[in-house]
Write a protein that binds this ligand. Structure first.
Ligand SMILES: Nc1ncnc2c1ncn2[C@@H]1O[C@H](COP(=O)(O)OP(=O)(O)OP(=O)(O)O)[C@@H](O)[C@H]1O
Ligand SMILES: [Mg+2]
Length: 359
């Protein structure tokens, strides 16, 4: 089946005015999302994952400015194709046409994103009444069925509950129900399970996956947790200092990573079957108040070559779906392989999974 592009981000540049000066937080992000697929965006804190998605939803904070780029959303409303150029729309137009309606977002903290003074039912029905112009009775019925879908027990009763009466996991289910209440085409999940314990996290992930299949939803899933990525994503984009430095299919990123930063991230996943000490990438990301010369990762990269300090690496193509921005992929670069401990780990995974990876 031909893949159908639904969201296209090109050359996105965003800066923030701060007391210390202008921070160039997003430095040329490119991203494609296809209908019905899931991409995960991973990267350390501050790399620009949330800001990129907030720009897509038209909810950048007022000190933020998009300096360049294109965000196009190819919507299909009852089979009518409409292209929305998000960056050319006013906040008001985005609120009316896009956010909460065609593109919905679930945030990390299930408490702060719900209004503590309003019942669950009122919050669930708000979007449907506003965007879909449903009557109160219709909205009530749909809200109850959404609570059922996210597997909240006694949904009728829960409609009258307030957020503080629910557990963290239940509140996050309500958030997902709210996000789905206007039948969005794209669901953006920004660390939706970080605040939850592991078993609840697994259930929420499963829920998102089931709903996605049922509705052919396109999902962007932001997380620090590479374990989650391997379960949920079709494609992975690795972000570093406001850029995507590697992208590929899940298999390409997990079994054939090419960027030293991705090597570091993968090496820092705890391996429960070994007593090897957990790896952490040394140093910290650059301060984007100052211009970056060369590859932003170079100072932390033990494999850095001279070129890394001079010029920013382009995205080198490895396969039709796999790209990485590191000078190590340049023809002239010395041959460098991933760390042997990571190689051993990947080989072990491959052995355990049979020959799942044969692209
Ligand atoms: N309101 C703001 N004012 C100033 N700078 C901001 C603001 N919001 C974001 N930034 C800058 O943008 C950078 C990227 O922020 P973002 O929230 O996208 O990071 P993230 O990758 O989502 O990190 P985390 O994993 O911690 O959520 C930050 O490092 C910060 O410098
Ligand atoms: Mg974030």
């Amino acid at each position: 089946m031909k893949r159908e592009l639904i969201l296209r981000i090109r050359d996105l540049y965003i800066s923030f005015r701060t007391a210390a000066g202008t921070v160039n937080s997003i430095r040329g992000v490119n991203l494609d999302l296809y209908r019905g697929e899931t991409i995960a965006i991973v990267g350390e804190s501050g790399s620009g994952k949330s800001v990129t998605m907030k720009a897509t939803m038209g909810i950048l904070s007022s000190n933020g400015k998009v300096n360049d780029g294109v965000i196009e959303f190819y919507s299909k409303d009852n089979e009518n194709a409409v292209t929305y150029r998000i960056l050319e729309m006013s906040k008001r137009e985005i609120r009316r046409e896009i956010s909460g309606k065609r593109i919905a977002m679930v945030f990390q903290d299930p408490m702060t994103s719900l209004n503590p003074t309003m019942s669950i039912g009122t919050q669930l029905m708000e979007g449907m009444r506003h965007h879909d112009k449903l009557s109160r009775a219709e909205a009530w019925k749909k809200a109850v069925s959404l609570l059922k879908m996210v597997e909240i027990p006694e949904p009728e009763k829960r409609m009258r509950s307030y957020p503080h009466q629910l557990s963290g996991g239940m509140r996050q289910r309500v958030n997902i129900a709210i996000a789905l209440s206007c039948d969005p085409e794209i669901l953006i999940c920004d660390e939706p399970t970080t605040a939850l314990d592991v078993t609840i996290q697994a259930k929420i992930l499963e829920l998102i996956q089931n709903i996605q299949k049922e509705r052919n939803l396109s999902v962007i899933y932001i997380t620090h947790d590479l374990g989650v990525v391997s379960k949920i994503a079709d494609y992975v984009s690795v972000m570093y200092a406001g850029k995507i430095v590697e992208q590929g299919t899940v298999n390409e990123i997990f079994y054939d990573p090419r960027h030293p930063y991705t090597w570091g991230l993968l090496s820092s996943i705890p391996d429960v079957t070994s007593d090897q000490k957990l790896f952490t990438i040394p140093g910290s990301p650059p301060n984007l108040l100052h211009p970056v010369k060369g590859d932003a990762f170079a100072p932390r990269n033990i494999y850095a070559i001279g070129m890394d300090y001079l010029e920013e690496p382009p995205m080198f193509k490895i396969t039709k779906t796999h790209y990485a921005a590191t000078w190590l992929l340049d023809k002239r670069a010395p041959k460098v392989h991933m760390p042997t401990s990571l190689r051993a780990r990947i080989d072990k995974m491959l052995r355990e999974e049979g020959t799942a990876y044969d692209e």
